[in-house]
Write a protein that binds this ligand. Structure first.
Ligand SMILES: [Ca+2]
Ligand SMILES: [Ca+2]
Ligand SMILES: [Ca+2]
Length: 316
């Protein structure tokens, strides 16, 4: 009741609609959240876990999530999922005779909802399949209070997480030859987005989500060689990754964001063997020209991956 009174003082019209819903006069109307999601004491869950849980008596902190348009006004149970390796996650929720919903959040924020499962049949199990990159995520089990008072919104449940290897891509056919100590002008028109971030191993998250297409370049860096690469976009937010391979899973050797439209990375070969590195230009949306500048010192040789298809085109 205290929460309800605070709500009334802050936003009168919100309170009015919430009051009507609680009185059963408006069905399926959204109920706005009153408290932020509580992630202070989450339950840890990891690949291979199969945990017994319950939302009986759990506090209702949040109703709305970013991925649904109706209220989950039962109490919720919050799980923390720490991802070390990119994996495909299968999350199963089996309720024991009540109507539960399953939510996967990118951060401790119910509006940062990556995907959810709450099927039409109230007592059915819920299931999510989603590929996650390294980071910390939250799984929330919440209860739905529907029109049928015979259907409970609190019960015991079973929550399990299974992981499988993602599909690794081979980008080598895309690799183009850059110019050392020169500028390459590119344009993304017509290309596709394959990935959006490499938060781990790249020195922290970029300041953009790189939903734009990628252009691949490579150089062979002989021992003692050094490369500093920068990309500047005219119209888009820039990202530039340096990878050790064009076949996943590759390691990110370098990335840093200079400002919104430019990004850079550097690599120094301190080993006694030649290493090929892959410089990947990315951006927050596709389309638009960019300029890639490489400053090379020591023995650095720009390379290109000539595939059999490309050879056939050359001799056609
Ligand atoms: Ca809730
Ligand atoms: Ca459900
Ligand atoms: Ca991208």
């Amino acid at each position: 009741m205290r929460k309800y009174v605070i709500c009334c003082l802050v936003v009168g019209f919100v309170c009015l609609s919430a009051g009507l819903v609680s009185a059963g006069q408006i069905k399926d109307a959204p109920i706005l959240s009153r408290l932020p999601l509580d992630c202070m004491d989450p339950i840890s869950i990891a690949c291979g876990d199969d945990l017994a849980g319950s939302n009986i008596g759990a506090t209702n902190e949040v109703d709305l999530y970013g991925c649904i348009g109706y209220g989950m006004s039962g109490g919720e149970v919050v799980y923390e999922l720490i991802v070390d390796l990119r994996r495909i996650f299968d999350i199963h929720l089996i309720p024991d005779e009540c109507d539960l919903g399953l939510f996967l959040l990118g951060t401790c924020d119910e509006y940062n909802c990556l995907i959810h499962s709450d099927g039409i049949v109230p007592l059915d199990p819920e299931h999510i399949t989603y590929e996650l990159w390294p980071g910390t995520y939250y799984i929330v089990v919440d209860g739905y209070i529907g029109e049928d008072e015979n259907i409970a919104f609190e019960c015991d449940f079973e929550l399990s997480v299974e992981c499988s290897e993602p599909i690794w891509e081979n980008y080598c056919d895309l690799v183009m030859e850059p110019s050392c100590n020169g500028v390459v002008y590119g344009d993304f028109t017509g290309s596709a987005n394959h990935f959006s971030d490499f938060m781990d191993g790249c020195g922290g998250p970029p300041n953009i989500q790189a939903f734009g297409a990628e252009d691949w370049y490579s150089v062979r860096v002989n021992p003692g060689g050094f490369v500093y690469a920068t990309v500047l976009f005219e119209q888009a937010g820039a990202a530039l990754w340096i990878f050790d391979s064009c076949v996943e899973p590759f390691d990110c050797l370098s990335f840093y964001s200079l400002n919104y439209t430019s990004a850079g990375g550097s690599y120094e070969n301190t080993t006694d063997e030649a290493n090929e590195i892959f410089i990947v230009v990315d951006s927050n949306f596709s389309g638009g020209p960019y300029a890639l500048t490489l400053n090379c010192t020591g023995d650095v040789v720009p390379t290109e991956h000539i595939t059999w298809d490309k050879v056939k085109v050359l001799f056609r």
